[in-house]
Design a protein around this ligand. Structure first.
Ligand SMILES: Cc1ncc(COP(=O)(O)O)c(C=O)c1O
Length: 375
């Protein structure tokens, strides 16, 4: 963070807690650094906005050179489209009939694309995009080791792509992957290996399809820890990191960011100190989330990292966080506690507003526009 802890502690008197604090200068620095990485590797940047769900930050990303945005949900796409963002990739498979109708509506108004990894999804899309004004752009998801969605590189990929090329309702835009298994990496070396593999598997997919006479416009990879490596593969031409705008304690523990790169914090208030070593704050699971990362749980201690208090958040209930103090110091009730969330993306979704702090220390509230848009 560029803004100092002392500055945040000073501002506490003007901010009701628990609250989300964003260091605007650091946010812009993180955005610039990732844009530079994309430019240096000659790849397009299409950041995932599920991290912040904010129109303001999405527009900042576009202003700095992003070619469009990535979302996970139709609801997120609707919010961003309504705010004037017109180039959106839904990096997810849509199969619910009501969602397919909403997707069709978006498709008629903006430039949208969506993920596929099974032939059955193509049958659904053919049904819901019959007579559309233009073909729906689809990207085939490749499994680069996460074992979530995605096809493996081989016959099933070729079969799926052939099915798309036979459907006049669809057009094949490219392939995408997310090597999210990186969040279980134990070392920098392992992060690099996973990032390299993310690129290599995409190159295999690209070359396999090229041999079949199929050219891809987009080869898209992305996770915050891996993009520095996967973007170096010559076939990769798009990256989709999301978390890097804020970073968090998970990224820090993974060694995917430094303390200076944190741009988001939760500000909380001490409400009680029932014992010398037990401090209670007004931020519990509804302010800090229980998420310690899908894979890295053993490396994360507590429910967020307090910065200005020597202790660990050992327990949360919905509205209370219990901090075990290391030195048994007496802390004035009403004092501020600054916490770096374990998982920024999961925490941002819990709030209606960010408190954006600029270089002069001025606070501006901006909405978490797509908060709760999980449909
Ligand atoms: C499909 C997809 N792409 C991109 C991302 C962005 O990854 P990260 O938040 O690690 O930057 C995610 C994150 O969950 C994802 O699921």
């Amino acid at each position: 963070m560029i803004i100092s802890q002392e500055q945040i502690l000073q501002l506490h008197q003007y901010i009701e807690t628990p609250a989300l604090i964003v260091d605007l200068q650091q946010l812009e620095k993180n955005i610039e650094a990732m844009q530079n990485l994309a430019n240096e590797n000659a790849v397009r940047l299409r950041p995932h906005i599920k991290t912040h769900k904010s129109v303001f930050i999405s527009k900042l990303l576009l202003k700095h050179g992003a070619v469009g945005i990535t979302v996970a949900k139709v609801g997120e796409a609707e919010v961003m489209a309504a705010a004037g963002i017109s180039n959106i990739f839904i990096a997810n498979q849509i199969t619910h009939p009501l969602k397919l109708r909403r997707l069709r509506k978006l498709h008629e108004t903006i430039n949208i694309s969506v993920g596929v990894d099974q032939i059955e999804q193509i049958s659904l899309q053919k049904r819901y995009f019959n007579n559309a004004s233009k073909p729906l752009r689809v990207l085939v998801e490749i499994d680069s080791g996460l074992n979530r969605c995605g096809v493996t590189v081989g016959d099933s990929l070729v079969k799926l792509v052939r099915e798309i090329s036979h459907a006049h309702e669809l057009t094949l835009e490219g392939i995408f992957t997310h090597a999210g298994q990186v969040y279980g990496a134990q070392s920098k070396k392992e992060i690099q290996e996973i990032g390299d593999l993310e690129g290599t598997i995409m190159a295999e997919a690209y070359n396999l399809l090229k041999d079949q006479g199929i050219d891809l416009r987009v080869v898209s990879v992305g996770s915050t820890p891996t993009v520095a490596y996967s973007s170096k593969n010559p076939v990769v031409n798009e990256i989709r990191p999301g978390n890097y705008v804020f970073y968090d304690n998970i990224q820090y523990v993974l060694r995917s960011c430094s303390e200076e790169q944190w741009a988001l914090a939760v500000l909380a208030t001490v409400i009680s100190q029932p014992e010398q070593d037990r401090l209670v704050i007004d931020a519990g699971s509804k302010a800090l989330n229980l998420d310690r990362g899908a894979h890295a749980t053993q490396l994360i201690k507590g429910y967020g990292k307090p910065l200005n208090i020597d202790g660990e958040i050992i327990r949360v209930s919905e509205e209370h966080g219990v901090i075990k103090l290391k030195s048994g110091q007496s802390i004035r009730l009403g004092s501020p506690v600054i916490i770096i969330p374990n998982h920024a993306c999961a925490v941002a979704n819990l709030y209606s507003h960010y408190h954006l702090i600029d270089s002069s220390g001025k606070i501006k509230q901006i909405p978490v526009d797509a908060r709760g848009k999980s449909q």
